[in-house]
Design a protein around this ligand. Structure first.
Ligand SMILES: [Zn+2]
Length: 85
C-alpha cells in the first residue's frame, strides 16, 4: 500500500473511531498491516434470478491484525472520495 494511501486510511479510521485506535475485535491489538487498494471484491449479482458470477468489483483495502491474523476490509472509493472532498 502506498504511504499516502495508508495515511488516508488511518486518518479515516481514527476519525470514525472518535480519535481512538482501531482495535482488533478478536485480540484487542491495535497493530495492523494494510494492503490495497489493489485487491478487489468480486461479487455475484443475486437480486434477479440465478447468480451471475463475474459481475462488478469493489476496490478494497485489507487490514490484517499483526497479532492474531484477523482480517477485515473497507471499501476504498468512499474513503478516497471523502478525503478528496
Ligand atoms: Zn487480533
Amino acid at each position: 500500500m502506498k504511504p499516502e494511501d495508508y495515511a488516508v486510511l488511518t486518518k479515516h479510521l481514527r476519525a470514525k473511531m472518535g480519535g481512538r485506535n482501531f482495535l482488533c475485535p478478536v485480540c484487542g491489538s491495535s497493530s495492523w498491516g494494510a494492503d490495497g487498494p489493489v485487491a478487489s471484491l468480486k461479487y455475484a449479482e443475486l437480486s434477479a434470478g440465478p447468480a451471475q458470477v463475474g459481475g462488478g468489483a469493489i476496490p478494497i483495502v485489507l487490514l490484517v491484525c499483526q497479532t492474531c491474523s484477523y482480517t477485515c476490509q473497507f471499501a476504498w472509493l468512499p474513503i478516497q472520495a471523502a478525503h478528496n472532498g
